[in-house]
Structure formats: structure tokens, C-alpha cells
Design a binder for this molecule. Sequence first.
Ligand code: MG
Length: 449
Amino acid sequence: MRPPNIVIIFTDDQGYADVGVYGAVGFETPHLDQMAAEGIRFTNFLVSSPACSPSRAALLTGSYPVRVGIPNVLFPHHNIGLAPEEITIAELLKEKGYATAVFGKWHLGHHPEHLPLSHGFDEYFGIPYSNDMTPDVSKNPNPAAQRHPPIPLVEQLEVIEIEPDQSQLTRRYTERAVDFIERNRERPFFLYLPHTMPHMPLFVSERFQDASERGLYGDVIMEIDWSVGEILGALERLGLDEQTLVLFTSDNGPWLVKGENGGSAGPFREGKGSSFEGGHRVPAIMRWPGQIPAGLVSDELVTAMDIFPTVAGIVGAELPTDRVIDGKDIWPIVSGQPGAKTPHDVFYYYWPSALRAVRSGKWKLHLPHTYNSIEGAQIATETFHGIYRQAEIGLSLFDLETDRGETTDVSAEHPEVVERLLALAEEAREELGDSLTGRTGTGVRSPAQ
Ligand code: MG
């Protein structure tokens, strides 16, 4: 049997509540809602970092960002990127004869040795980092952005445009994606579509201007939803529906300091850049007619790192044996096997190299740290980039089953739970390090850069 096609649609800074079925207000996402109705959606899906580059590193390698040396956001002046020795999903699938492509925002290093063609992708078209890393003050009013060079649009290894019209990016990525699907209809393919949007600054094509009642942010999500519809439509038209696993998720929580131009984490506290649930918990939908039962909703704890080993299992690829893969094969949950449980006894919230919180089951222990808070922040305007308020949290235990908004510290009532989670934190420090305590991890295989 031909192994299935894999499609990963990865949006940027889309919050937990920014999909119709997750509670979106003021805009609609009919294609994503339909995708969820035809497959499974997750309500306890975590990304491994509350920011762009490290979240991508974890998605593509199945490992914690600190383990693979990308704990923080990469900028245009950096010379670093995802280490060539790291094995990505694309490399795994290329070994199995897949055609591989990425159209969109890469953000794992913009020099040739770090770009997608060096990480298992046959084709690349997109901008290599965030769309606000530009000296254009109309796109980024932060004076610090003035040091950036103009944004390149890259095809394969060539810069084909400078400061491309961002209102056309979602459409152009989508057209490339559909073309790639059509060209590879007769062989297995891996399509990775990391949208530039809805990362600030927001841009939308003319067709979707004022499409929503939520302003530009809603319009942008509606265009992304259109894009999802184009992908699903192409698969159906080519008779590939039952041969294709499609995954949709976001790289991190909403950029709340952007106000109306940022998304919503719904019931969860804080957003992008924080270790509260709003930073890590994102919408996630998977669809594969005939393999994934329709209409499932799972509240099991799963992570973006699980996609790597799960895909490996589906296509019959051997997982690397010379390294630790932190993700787990979650196919029993994805395929709706009765009683399937999370394979994760523990999840670690790092940002960037600091261990800030530990999760086990319903319990989440925050370790003392300072963080960027939306409470008391100065919200962005057209000419002002916005500034978070620095806040502090002490050792705090939250019961996410009864208190998903992380409002009530119950550490005094459950000292034995605190003790257990502190022991798990110590294991993480030993393995992955912790900048808060000055520890270097023995399991870090690519040095933090
Ligand atoms: Mg992001």
C-alpha cells in the first residue's frame, strides 16, 4: 500500500480560541470547523515553546527546543540555525521516497546551510523569518527594528523579491501548495505550510478585507481558513482524501500586547511568550478519512513534538536510535482507540532556556520566575509596538482540571504533589539544563546558541 501523504498547516501566533469550533468571536472558519467535524480536534495540545523558532524546531525534530539548540527566537543578524545533524520530519520522509516541500515562514536559520533545502525539503518558497523583522516602520514601529535588513522572499536558495507585498503571501503560499499537490498526486508527498500570518503586522488580500466583524485579525484568519479549504479541495478533487493525513495547528499562543491585532487564548491565562497555558495551548485538528473517525474531541495531553514519532509510525519509518526523541507516538489517541491515554507523564515548559513550569496529569507547578504579563501592559497602537508589564510568580500549583485559567494556587493544600513535581523539575535540569539555576543539561545534543 502506498504510504499516506502528510500535510502540516502551521499558523503563526493564532490563539487557542481563534478557530470557530474553539470559540472564535466575530469571524468564522467553516473549513477548519469542517476539518474538525471530519476528524479529531484536541483541547489539550501543547507546543513546546511560546515563541516561533523554538516551537518550529520542536515540531520538526520531535524534541524539546533546548535539546536541539534553538531555545530562542532567531533574528536576521544571527548566523545560527537548526544544526545540520538534527533529523527533521522532512528528512525522515525523504528517506521513504516522499516529495517534500515547505511554503511559508521557515524561521530556523536563514543562511543556506540552515534553510529548508539543507533539512530534507526539495522545495522552498517563503520568507525565512518573521514578517516584522523589517526596517519598514509602517510594519514595525519598534525603533529596535531599524537594524534589520529588508525582508527577503526566497525561492529555493535565491532571493527573488525584497519586502514582498505581504497582503499576497497567504494566497501565494496556497497556490504553491496546491500546485505541489497536483504535481505529486502519483507519489507520496510531505507538504509543510507554515503561514506567515496571523503574526503581526497583519496583511490580508483584497478579497478578505472586511470579511469579518473582528477587524483585520478576523479577516486574516478567514483567509487562512480559505487556504485550508483550497488544500482540502485539491485533495478531494485529486482523489487523495483517504491517502492524506492533514494536521492543523499554531506555533504558539496569541500576541496579546498587540491588542485588537492579536488573537485570543480563550479561557487560558496570558499568551505568546509566557509559560501559562495561553502561551502553549493551541488549537489542533487532524483529519484522515477512513483512518481517523469523524467528530472526535480529545482532552488528552499531547504535544507538537508527538507529530514526528506519530508520522514515523504511520509511514513505517524507523525512529533514530542514536538520540532522544521527546515526542511519543499518539496514534492510539488520534485514531480514537477506546481508552487511549496520554503517553506523557510529564511536560516541561521552557522559555527560552529557563525551566518555568512542570506539568504532570492535571497538576501544573510554576517555578518562581518573572514573565511578560498582559495585565498592566501598554497595548500596541499603529505607531507604538506595545510593552508588556514585567510580573513575577512564585512557586505555585494549579489544578488544570478545575482551574484551567491558572488563577488559584493550591500548593499549600498539596505539598506531596509539589514535592513530586519538584523532583520531576530536577530531572529536567539534569537532562535539559535550566538557565534559572545555571544548570547545563547532559542530554542537550546541539549546543544552545
Ligand atoms: Mg509565533
